[in-house]
Design a protein around this ligand. Structure first.
Ligand code: DLZ
Ligand code: SF4
Length: 511
């Protein structure tokens, strides 16, 4: 008898472990659209549409190859709405003697999977996720006995292991990291490459209708949907990035511009995280651009670091630390998420613009996420779980393995410094330097007090005052705390007054 091979929506690669020894005669591949996955948090409409359409296309490709695919659509009669329920139903349709699945990207789903053997009464083999360059075991071995789990050291190990941008055991260019070259603001008039858009085909249009009908009340726009939904499309998106954007990706990777969330970014994370592209192939391709003289080293190294460094590192942290990781709240932040994260209705132009980009595209680039949307939540003391859910909902590339360490650790310092060596708190000057947002804002980034003052300015100091007992001993926070110590009492009182008036006026009425 054959096996039932359950393939999850973010495992869309022929090379996934669960399909490795597929027997086309005896086995059945099961793919299921289930309400529980779409609604356990109310994902952005484009995120659901992207994944359902990519799943349907992938199923078609498997069928063309002669594989037997049992595909359950969301609207199919009898759809129970959950992985476990659909697996049980499918076992009634197929004569198989075991289930094979690749471990999921979320703790929640892995917990459920561990009960399946008992619930279903037959063997369930959970295979290691082979879509990553560093296995969970390798990461655990690297972490063993280290006091601090710094990305930079992990990244160097990964460079050595993979050989990317290495020559004779040394990093090319004589340096591991060229980040210092990657902080330029955008020159006026620089041409931004028009983003390659993928026109929805009949399959995607059917999914867009389904999502509009079933998830109309979820956050996000559907019109303008332009994601690739196949591996071939994802490869085209990669090729576009390499040619049109990579040469300037490094220089301007921290810059922000009104109405331009993509700038010189790769915009391939939804494809990587759903299995349509592999980490290895995107790095091979980027390295070739440098070796053949079409892209500078600072750009290529910055890109490779995101993929083999940061991305693998946050996944390692997630599996090493879950489930306790999600439960810490080192800064005891308790404020509910303000409504404007959903509505975009705020006079703070940077936040309004970043929410607008997010709503329109289910995408914002890393500095919009970290230094605007994230930074505000950090210095306003937003409850970690509330911001984590928001990030998981709104971005097409977000799964808990990647979202949680980025938000909990990197953005909010809620893990007390396991991941980041200090909180990434910044005042309005940073946003003013890196964007054109302040020009269109009713606040002024240069004003520190009173009604015209940029709220980031007083919230920044308010955050430091509020967290003095927790942060003042952190050596990387010594400078701002020295400044705070010298601050006169009137200035401190003004900060307190401005911050409490501002925070008191925030509304948080719905999700
Ligand atoms: C994100 C998502 C959504 C919205 N829907 C489905 C689905 O209907 N079927 C499916 O197999 N996967 C879906 N996913 C992706 C899963 O949430 C993802 O596989 C889990 O988070 C486990 O990593
Ligand atoms: Fe944002 Fe402050 Fe600039 Fe307004 S002035 S856009 S609130 S940083």
């Amino acid at each position: 008898m054959g096996a039932l091979r359950l393939l999850l929506g973010d495992q869309l690669t022929r090379r996934i472990a669960s399909l490795a020894d597929l027997d086309a005669e005896a086995d059945v591949v099961l793919m299921v659209e289930v309400a529980e996955e779409a609604t356990y948090v109310r994902h952005h409409k484009q995120k659901i549409a992207f994944l359902f359409s990519a799943m349907r296309h992938f199923a078609e490709e498997l069928r063309e190859e002669g594989v037997r695919v049992d595909y359950v659509r969301l609207d199919d009669p009898g759809n129970t709405g959950s992985f476990g329920g659909e697996l049980a139903r499918a076992l009634g349709r197929h004569a198989v003697d075991r289930v094979i699945v690749t471990e999921p990207g979320e703790w929640r789903v892995l917990e459920a999977m561990r009960d399946w053997r008992e619930e279903l009464g037959l063997p369930v083999e959970i295979r290691e996720d082979n879509r990553f360059l560093c296995s969970r075991g390798e990461f655990a071995a690297w972490a063993e006995g280290r006091k601090q789990l710094r990305m930079e050291f992990f990244y160097r190990e990964m460079r050595r292991k993979t050989g990317f941008l290495m020559e004779g055991g040394e990093p090319v260019g004589g340096q591991w990291n060229f980040d210092a070259d990657n902080r330029k603001s955008l020159p006026a008039g620089i041409a931004v490459p028009p983003r390659r858009r993928f026109e929805p085909d009949a399959t995607t249009r059917a999914v867009l209708d389904l999502v509009a009908r079933r998830f109309g009340n979820h956050f996000g726009d559907l019109d303008g949907f332009g994601w690739a939904v196949t591996r071939a499309g994802a490869l085209e998106a990669l090729a576009f990035f390499l040619e049109a954007a990579l040469p300037r990706f490094g220089d301007y990777q921290d810059a922000m511009k009104t109405g331009e969330p993509f700038l010189f970014h790769a915009v391939i994370s939804p494809y990587l995280n759903a299995g349509l592209l592999t980490a290895e192939e995107v790095c091979v391709a980027a390295e070739r651009e440098w070796r053949e003289g079409r892209a500078p080293l600072n750009a290529v190294e910055g890109f490779v670091r995101q993929v083999i460094g940061w991305r693998e590192y946050v996944r390692g942290i997630y599996w090493l630390e879950m489930p306790r990781y999600a439960q810490t709240n080192a800064l005891d932040a308790q404020r509910p998420l303000p409504d404007f994260y959903w509505t975009g209705e705020t006079d703070m132009n940077c936040l309004a613009q970043c929410v607008a980009d997010t709503r329109a595209h289910a995408y914002a680039h890393h500095i919009q996420r970290l230094m605007v949307l994230g930074n505000f939540a950090l210095i306003a003391g937003i409850r970690p779980a509330a911001l984590e859910e928001w990030f998981l909902v709104v971005y097409a590339d977000a799964y808990e393995w990647v979202e949680l360490p980025n938000v909990h650790g990197m953005i909010l310092f809620a893990d007390g410094g396991l991941l980041a060596s200090k909180p990434y708190a910044a005042s309005g000057a940073y946003i003013d330097r890196m964007s054109d947002y302040c020009r269109g804002c009713r606040y002024d980034p240069k004003v520190k007090e009173g009604p015209k003052a940029c709220p980031f300015n007083y919230l920044y100091w308010h955050f430091l005052i509020d967290n003095e007992s927790r942060l003042a001993r952190n050596p990387r926070m010594a400078m701002p705390y020295r400044t705070l110590a010298k601050m006169n009492p009137d200035r401190r009182a003004a900060i307190e007054a401005d911050a409490s008036a501002f925070l008191g006026a925030l509304t948080s009425s719905y999700r």
